[in-house]
Design a protein around this ligand. Structure first.
Ligand code: KG4
Ligand code: ZN
Length: 343
């Protein structure tokens, strides 16, 4: 059975086909980064319009690459896929509407079922797309531009949020700190690159919330400390690199401490890291070290599957279709805000 997956929750148009036997057979991704760069952040209306421009050509390309054709020669020809999955939330409503409308229209003409998928479930399942894949139960650290979540994933579809950010998401903290230092949007990867040449101990930034019990995060205090350090320094190239490195070190320390705590609390033997910040090399290195120390396993999707993509939606959709016998949803409900544990 084959599923077409469509991701359009923010500034990436992602399309992929997942086959139950062959795995991922085709995928395409278009990033709107350049479109939004001059505004220093995502402009929702422009995002929706660009999804409209890009989505059908990408679907055409992916279906051809999968060896099928979007256009059926006759009503008797088999459909190119057996189901269509699309991101139903959380995300920008206009952007979500583009993906959902295209998905449901195509599915209607192909006479196949549709299913709306939770964007963060897509991220959570993305490490299962390539071997070595983790087995349930596991702990998931989901770190993106919009979310910072520690999730107990007991089984497919059985998720409990153990901790989350009370203010900025970790990717957002990276992006805001980068913007403060004049780095281009989105700042996360630029700041990480700069950090690699700086001294992570040059500034003693706070490790937010680590003294409090519990697994929630907060990054607003850290942001203020960085702002004060930035204002007080001479802004030389080495000051910039040192602030970037010290900021990254504080974030990574905080994330690693909470992951360690959550592993002890759940007794799980594996942690899965996903979402855009999961591409951060310093975070990866520290989590690998923690895993070695504690005799646990850590799984990362390859960097191209860390950030938003259609493959994770195709795969999450395929799993849900498989479990429900390829039954269609009865109506489409888009949810710009949608807690993962309400699935
Ligand atoms: O998952 P994602 O592609 O989109 C959302 O769903 O938000 O995550 C994007 C976020 C951005 O904030 C970006 O700056 C951050 O991930 N990011 C990074 C790195 N690569 C992407 N942050 C730190 N280090 C990186 N290497
Ligand atoms: Zn995402």
């Amino acid at each position: 059975m084959r599923v077409l997956g469509i991701e359009s929750s923010c500034d990436e148009t992602g399309v992929a086909v997942y086959d139950g036997e062959l795995g991922l057979v085709a995928q395409e991704l278009y990033s709107q980064v350049e479109l939004h760069a001059r505004y220093g952040g995502v402009v929702p209306e422009l995002a929706s319009r660009d999804h409209i421009r890009k989505i059908l050509p990408l679907i055409d390309k992916v279906l051809r690459a999968s060896g099928r054709d979007a256009h059926r020669a006759s009503p008797d020809s088999p459909p190119p896929v057996d189901g269509v999955a699309y991101t139903a939330g959380p995300g920008l409503i206009g952007a979500l509407l583009v993906g959902a409308t295209v998905a449901r229209s195509l599915a209607y003409s192909w006479e196949v079922p549709t299913l709306g998928i939770h964007h963060m479930e897509g991220h959570l399942l993305s490490p299962l797309l390539e071997p070595p894949a983790p087995a349930f139960p596991f702990l998931a650290l989901l770190v993106s531009g919009g979310h910072t979540l520690l999730v107990s994933a007991k089984d497919h579809g059985d998720y409990r949020i153990l901790g989350q950010s009370l203010d900025d998401a970790v990717g957002e903290a990276f992006d805001k700190t980068a913007k403060l230092m004049g780095l281009p949007y989105p700042g996360g990867p630029h700041l990480a690159r700069l950090a690699s040449s700086g001294n992570p101990r040059a500034y003693e930034f706070p490790r937010p919330m680590i003294k409090k019990p519990g697994l929630d995060f907060s990054f607003s205090g850290l942001k203020t400390s960085v702002l004060l350090a930035w204002k007080a320094c001479a802004k030389t190239a080495s000051d910039k690199a040192d602030i970037a490195a010290s900021f990254q070190e504080a974030v990574v320390d905080t994330l690693v401490i909470k992951v360690q705590r959550a592993l002890m609390q759940t007794g799980y033997g594996a942690v899965v890291v996903a979402g855009g910040v999961g591409a951060n090399v310093a975070l990866r290195e520290r989590l690998v070290a923690l895993a070695t120390e504690t005799g646990t396993e850590v799984f990362f999707p390859p960097p191209r599957l860390c950030t938003d993509n259609g493959a994770m939606i195709a795969y999450a959709g395929w799993l849900r279709f498989r479990d429900n016998g390829f039954a269609s949803e009865t109506q489409s409900q888009l949810r710009p805000r949608w807690p993962l544990d309400e699935l």
